[in-house]
Unconditional design. Structure first.
Length: 351
C-alpha cells in the first residue's frame, strides 16, 4: 500500500447506472500491493493516508461532488475472477455496490477487457469486499443491452427493531444485501413524506437519524465478518402499484425507494445492494416468490428488475441469492491532475 498521496495524472472512465455516477479508476497506485484479498485491501485503504487522499481528490469538489461514487480497480482474490473493485464514496470505502457492479460489467465488455460475442451473455466475475459477485452482461448487435448483477447471499438480520427518532418511535427491519440496510415504509415517517425529489432533504435527515441510532445500539452485527457490520444505508420504500399477476402464475411487484447511504448520500439509482436487501426481506415475508419479479424504481424514476436467483441458507436460516438487472452508460473519460500551488487539494464537500 502507498502511504503518500498520488498526484496523478489519474485517468478515469465515468459511467452512470440509473442516474447514479460511477468513476472507474484503473491507474492509481493507491491500493496496490501483493498478497491481499479485496476485503483486506478495504481495511488497509481505510487506514492509509495516501489511499484516502486519492479517494478524496476524485470524489470531492471540484473534481467530484458530495454524491460522487467510484472504485479503484485492484487485483482479484484469485484467478477465478476477472477483476477486483474497491468501492468508495465521500466518506470512505464501502463493502458492496450493486450499481457499480453493473457499471463494471458493462465497462469491461464495452471496452473489450472481457471478450464478449455480439449477441449473447457474458459473465464478468468481480471480487468486492463483501465477496465474489457476477455481472452477467447481455449484448445485442454488439452493444451492451443490460447487466444482471448476481449478488452474495442476502438475509434478514432483524425485524421490527424500534428506533427513537424525531418522527417518533419507528419499527425498522434490517437486512443484508452486501451491506447492512435499515428498511422501512416512507409512510411511517408521516408528515406527508413520499419517495420523491422534493422530499429528499428531509429523507436524508431521517436516514441519518435511523442509521446513527441503530449503529449506536450495535443492532447490525454481521454473523460472519465484523467488517460487514453496521448500518450502511437507510431504505425508504413505498408501493408504486398493486402486484400484477402474470400468465404463468408469477407476479410482478412494483415498489419505489430512496436509499440514503454513508453519511447522507442519496442513491439516484434504485440501489443495487439495497435492492438485494429488499429482495431478502420480501422473500422472507413471502411477498416475493421464486419466479416473481420486483420492479424497483428510484427517486429519479430509473428502474431495476430484481428476482430471487436461488434460495440458500446463512447459518442455517433461510436466505436468498438476489439477482438485479439494470444497465449502465458511459458519460465520459477524465484525466485529473494536481497543481502544486492549489491550496484546495485534495478537495472538499459541502454536506
Amino acid at each position: 500500500m502507498t502511504t503518500t498521496p498520488y498526484t496523478g495524472p489519474i485517468d478515469t472512465a465515468d459511467w452512470h447506472t440509473g442516474g447514479e455516477p460511477f468513476r472507474i479508476v484503473s491507474g492509481s497506485p493507491a491500493v496496490t500491493g501483493p498478497g491481499l484479498t479485496v476485503a483486506e485491501r478495504r481495511t488497509v485503504a481505510a487506514a492509509d493516508a495516501g489511499a484516502q487522499w486519492t479517494r478524496a481528490l476524485l470524489c470531492g469538489e471540484p473534481r467530484g461532488h458530495a454524491d460522487m461514487y467510484g472504485a479503484f480497480l485492484v487485483p482479484p482474490d484469485d484467478a477465478g475472477a476477472h477483476l477486483g473493485a474497491l468501492f468508495w464514496h465521500k466518506d470512505g470505502f464501502s463493502t458492496a455496490c450493486g450499481h457499480g457492479t453493473i457499471a463494471l460489467g458493462a465497462w469491461a465488455v464495452a471496452t473489450g477487457r472481457v471478450p464478449a460475442p455480439a449477441d449473447g451473455t457474458t459473465d464478468v466475475v468481480i471480487d468486492v469486499p463483501s465477496g465474489r459477485v457476477t455481472a452477467s452482461v447481455r449484448t445485442a448487435g454488439g452493444r451492451v443491452a443490460d447487466v444482471t448483477f448476481v449478488n452474495v447471499p442476502g438475509h434478514v438480520h432483524a425485524r421490527g427493531v424500534e428506533v427513537t427518532t424525531s418522527y417518533g418511535t419507528l419499527p425498522v427491519d434490517i437486512a443484508f444485501g452486501g451491506a447492512m440496510y435499515a428498511v422501512l415504509p416512507v409512510a411511517a415517517l408521516g408528515a406527508g413524506l413520499r419517495v420523491r425529489a422534493r422530499d429528499v432533504t428531509a429523507l436524508i435527515a431521517a436516514g441519518r437519524e435511523i442509521r446513527d441510532a441503530l449503529n449506536d445500539a450495535d443492532a447490525a452485527r454481521h454473523p460472519d465478518d465484523p467488517r460487514l457490520s453496521g448500518i450502511y444505508g437507510t431504505v425508504f420504500t413505498e408501493e408504486a402499484g398493486p402486484p400484477v399477476e402474470r400468465p404463468d402464475g408469477t407476479q410482478q411487484l412494483h415498489h419505489r425507494n430512496v436509499t440514503v447511504f454513508a453519511d447522507g448520500q442519496v442513491d439516484r439509482s434504485p440501489c443495487g445492494s439495497g435492492t438485494a436487501a429488499r429482495v431478502a426481506l420480501l422473500a422472507d415475508s413471502g411477498e416475493l416468490r421464486l419466479g416473481d419479479e420486483l420492479r424497483h424504481e428510484s427517486v429519479v424514476g430509473s428502474v431495476f428488475h430484481a428476482r430471487i436467483d436461488r434460495p440458500t441458507t446463512v447459518h442455517g436460516r433461510p436466505a436468498v441469492v438476489p439477482a438485479v438487472t439494470g444497465t449502465a452508460y458511459a458519460t465520459g473519460t477524465g484525466r485529473f491532475t494536481v497543481d502544486p500551488d492549489d491550496t484546495l487539494v485534495p478537495g472538499f464537500v459541502l454536506r
